[in-house]
Design a protein around this ligand. Structure first.
Ligand code: ADP
Length: 628
C-alpha cells in the first residue's frame, strides 16, 4: 500500500475542501449574477420600449417614412439602445442602425414571434444586421392585435464586459481565500502532524537502542498521552536492557575468568558460546566461530562422539579426550543438556577440564618411582650379593673379606648419597611450594668462598685449580645455605668431569638483567642433544662415569629447584672435549618479583543448601571453585 505522510494528507484534504467550497461559491455567484444582470437589463429594455411606445402616440404615421426613421434614430440616441419598428408581417418600418429597405423580413425572429403572440418577448442571439450578439426585447403596440412591434436591443458585449470584470474580482477574491486557506491548512497540518512525526522519529530511535532519549510534551492532548506512554515504555525498556546487559557482562566475565573451558552448542551442534579457556584447550584460533558447527571448528572424533551422546541422551556424559597439536592436551569433558526456561532441550554444554598437567605429573611420578627403584636396586643387589658371599665362607679369607666389605661400604655410601639427595630435593620442593624458603639480601662472595672451601679437598686430589672472581659488594636476595649447595653441586660436577691438572673458574658478576654466577671447567663437555634434559632427575650423559664419580644423578635437579626458589634461571653451555659452563641467573634486588601468593581459602555458606566455596589466589589470576 502506498504510504502518505500525515502532513500531506491533512494539507491535501484541507486544500481540497477549500477548493471545492470556492468553486461552488464561484459557480453559484456567477450563475446568480449573470441571471440577475440579464433580467435587470431586459427589464430596463422593457421600460425603454414602453417609453418609446408613449412617444409613438404623438401622431407619427406608422409606415415606412423618413419621419419615422428620424424619430427612431432620435429615440435611439436618447435611450442609448437600438430601436426597430416592425410591421406584424415582419416588414421593418424603421431601424436606428440601418436603413429599413436594406433589412430583410423579421417575421422569423424569435422575439418578434413572441411579441406577435401578444407578450413581451426577450431573446439573445446573433444579429446578422450588426454582426454581433444582441439582447432583444420586443413589445406589441398598442396591444393585441398589434399595429407594430417595438423592438429595443443592446449588444451583449457590453454586458459581458461588465460581467467579466465582476468575475475577475470574484476569481481574485477566491484565489486570495484559497491562498489564505492553504496557508492555514499548512499551519494546521504541521501543528497536528509534528507531534506524531516526533513520536515516529523517537520510536525509531528507541528501536535502534537509544532509549535514554525523552519525548517532549506537545500541545495536543491525545499526542501527549501517547508520548508519556512511549517515554515510560522506553525507560522500562532501558532499565531492562541495562539489567540484561549487566547480567550478560557478569556471565561473560565469569565465563572468561573460569579455568574450565565451556562450550555451548545448539541441537544442530552449532556453537552458541564459548570462553577463552575452551579456545585454548581446543586449539581454536579462528576469530569468528559462533554459529559454526563444532565439528567444523574442532576436528576431533572423540569430542564429536561425546557431544552426540550428550545431545541424544538424557543424562550427563563424561569422558576423556586427547587434543593433538604442538603438544598433546588431555581433557576431561563433562557434557550436559542445555534447557531453556520451558525446560525444552535446546542444545548441550560441554565443560572441559585440562588434565594435561595432572597426567604429566602422574607420568613423572611413575618415571620417578621407576628411576629411584632402579637407582637403589644396583647398590642393594651388590650389598646383598657380597653379604651372602661373606656368609657363605668368604669371611674366613681375610683379603677377600676386606675387599668385599670395602665394596659393601662403597655401595652403602652410594645408597646414602642417593637417599640424602632425594631427601634434599624433596625438602626443597616442599619448602618452595609452601613459600617457606627465606630469602634475604646478602653478599655473594662469602657464599662462593664457602662453596670453594667445601670442594677444595676433592679438587686437590685431582690437582685441579679452583679460581674465583667475584666483586666484594655484589649482592642479591638469597638463601645462602641453599645457594652454597647449588654452587657446590656445580663445582663437584666440574671437578668430577674434568681431567687432572685443569682449572675450574667460579665467577660472579652483575649484568643488565641481574646477577650471573658461572662455573666454567675444561672438562669432557656435553653433546648438544643431552643439554635440554640435563637438569632432569637421574639424567646422566655417561652412567658409568657418573657412578664412578659417586654421583646420584640428582645434583643438577637440586640446583634447578634451588634456583627456582630464588626466582632465578639456570643455563648451560658446553662443547664436547672443550669444557662446560653452568650458570645461575638471579634477579637484581630491586627487580625481585612480589613473593608468590598461593592461598587456599575454604569457607562454607549456608543457603537453603550448604555450599562450600574454595578460593585459590595467585598473583596474576584469581578463581573460585564452587563445590556443592
Ligand atoms: P651426577 O650425580 O651424575 O653428576 P648431576 O645431576 O649432577 O648427576 O649431573 C647429571 C649429568 O650431567 C651427569 O651425569 C653428567 O653426565 C652431566 N654433567 C654434569 N656436570 C657436568 C660437567 N661439568 N661436565 C660434563 N658433564 C656434566
Amino acid at each position: 500500500m502506498r504510504k502518505t505522510k500525515l502532513r500531506l494528507l491533512l494539507f491535501g484534504a484541507f486544500l481540497l475542501i477549500i477548493l471545492g467550497l470556492m468553486t461552488a461559491f464561484l459557480w453559484i455567484a456567477v450563475r446568480t449574477f449573470t441571471h440577475f444582470y440579464y433580467t435587470e437589463t431586459a427589464h430596463h429594455l422593457e421600460t425603454k420600449a414602453r417609453l418609446i411606445a408613449q412617444d409613438l402616440n404623438n401622431g407619427v404615421p406608422l409606415r415606412r417614412s423618413p419621419r419615422l426613421q428620424a424619430l427612431c434614430r432620435d429615440l435611439s440616441s436618447a435611450a442609448a439602445v437600438r430601436i426597430t419598428f416592425i410591421q406584424p408581417d415582419g416588414r421593418v418600418l424603421a431601424d436606428s442602425e440601418e436603413f429599413p429597405e436594406h433589412m430583410d423580413n423579421h417575421a422569423d425572429r424569435t422575439e418578434v414571434q413572441g411579441a406577435l403572440a401578444g407578450r413581451l418577448s426577450t431573446s439573445e442571439r446573433y444579429s446578422h444586421t450588426l454582426r454581433q450578439n444582441m439582447l432583444y426585447v420586443a413589445l406589441p403596440y398598442p396591444g393585441m392585435p398589434p399595429q407594430i412591434i417595438i423592438r429595443v436591443a443592446i449588444p451583449t458585449t457590453s454586458m459581458s464586459h461588465s460581467l467579466s470584470n465582476l468575475y475577475i474580482r470574484f476569481a481574485l477574491f477566491s484565489g486570495l481565500v484559497i491562498l489564505c486557506g492553504a496557508g492555514l491548512g499548512l499551519w494546521l497540518a504541521q501543528k497536528i502532524s509534528r507531534p506524531w512525526e516526533e513520536m515516529r522519529r523517537h520510536a525509531s530511535r528507541f528501536a535502534q537502542g537509544e532509549l535514554n532519549q525523552k519525548l517532549e510534551t506537545s500541545e495536543l492532548d491525545e499526542a501527549n498521552g501517547l508520548a508519556e506512554s512511549l517515554n515510560q515504555m522506553a525507560s522500562q525498556l532501558d532499565d531492562r536492557t541495562q539489567a540484561l546487559l549487566q547480567k550478560q557482562q557478569e556471565q561473560e566475565a565469569i565465563l572468561a575468568s573460569m579455568a574450565e573451558g565451556v562450550v555451548a552448542v545448539d541441537r544442530e551442534e552449532r556453537i552458541l558460546n564459548l570462553n577463552q579457556a575452551a579456545r585454548v584447550y581446543l586449539n581454536i584460533t579462528a576469530p569468528r566461530v559462533l554459529g559454526r558447527p563444532l565439528a567444523e571448528v574442532v576436528r576431533n572424533s572423540q569430542l564429536q562422539q561425546l557431544l552426540a551422546h550428550t545431545l541424544t541422551g538424557t543424562i550427563s556424559v563424561e569422558g576423556d579426550i586427547v587434543i593433538s597439536g604442538n603438544s598433546e592436551r588431555f581433557l576431561q569433558v563433562h557434557g550436559s543438556i542445555l534447557r531453556d526456561a520451558q525446560a525444552q532441550n535446546i542444545g548441550a554444554v560441554l565443560v572441559l577440564n585440562d588434565l594435561t598437567r595432572i597426567r604429566r605429573l602422574e607420568t613423572l611420578r611413575r618415571e620417578f618411582v621407576a628411576n629411584v627403584s632402579h637407582e637403589l636396586k644396583t647398590p642393594i643387589t651388590l650389598i646383598q650379593g657380597f653379604a651372602e658371599t661373606l656368609e657363605d665362607g668368604a669371611l674366613k679369607k681375610a683379603d677377600e673379606a676386606k675387599h668385599f666389605l670395602q665394596i659393601i661400604a662403597k655401595q652403602t655410601e652410594r645408597l646414602h648419597t642417593i637417599i640424602e639427595d632425594l631427601l634434599t630435593l624433596s625438602r626443597i620442593e616442599q619448602e618452595s611450594e609452601r613459600g617457606s624458603i627465606p630469602l634475604a639480601p646478602g653478599l655473594i662472595q662469602p657464599v662462593l668462598l664457602a662453596a670453594l672451601s667445601m670442594c677444595r679437598p676433592v679438587a686437590e686430589v685431582k690437582k685441579i685449580k679452583l679460581e674465583l672472581s667475584c666483586p666484594e659488594q655484589l649482592q642479591a636476595r638469597i638463601n645462602d645455605r641453599l645457594l652454597e649447595q647449588a654452587v657446590v653441586n656445580y663445582l663437584n660436577n666440574a671437578v668430577a668431569y674434568s681431567e687432572v691438572r685443569t682449572t675450574v673458574t667460579l665467577t660472579a658478576e652483575s649484568t643488565d638483567t641481574g646477577i650471573l654466577i658461572s662455573v666454567r671447567d675444561q672438562g669432557i663437555g656435553i653433546a648438544a642433544e643431552h643439554l635440554p634434559r640435563l637438569f632432569e632427575r637421574f639424567y646422566r650423559v655417561d652412567k658409568g662415569r657418573s657412578r664412578e664419580a659417586g654421583g646420584s644423578g640428582l645434583g643438577l635437579a637440586i640446583v634447578k629447584h634451588i634456583v627456582q626458589a630464588h626466582d632465578g634461571k639456570i643455563s648451560v653451555e658446553s662443547e664436547p672435549g672443550k669444557g662446560s659452563t653452568f650458570s645461575i641467573h638471579l634477579p637484581k634486588i630491586n627487580q625481585f618479583p612480589l613473593p608468590s601468593l598461593n592461598y587456599n581459602l575454604t569457607c562454607a555458606l549456608y543457603f537453603p543448601n550448604p555450599i562450600i566455596l574454595s578460593f585459590q589466589c595467585f598473583p596474576a589470576q584469581h578463581h573460585a571453585v564452587v563445590q556443592p
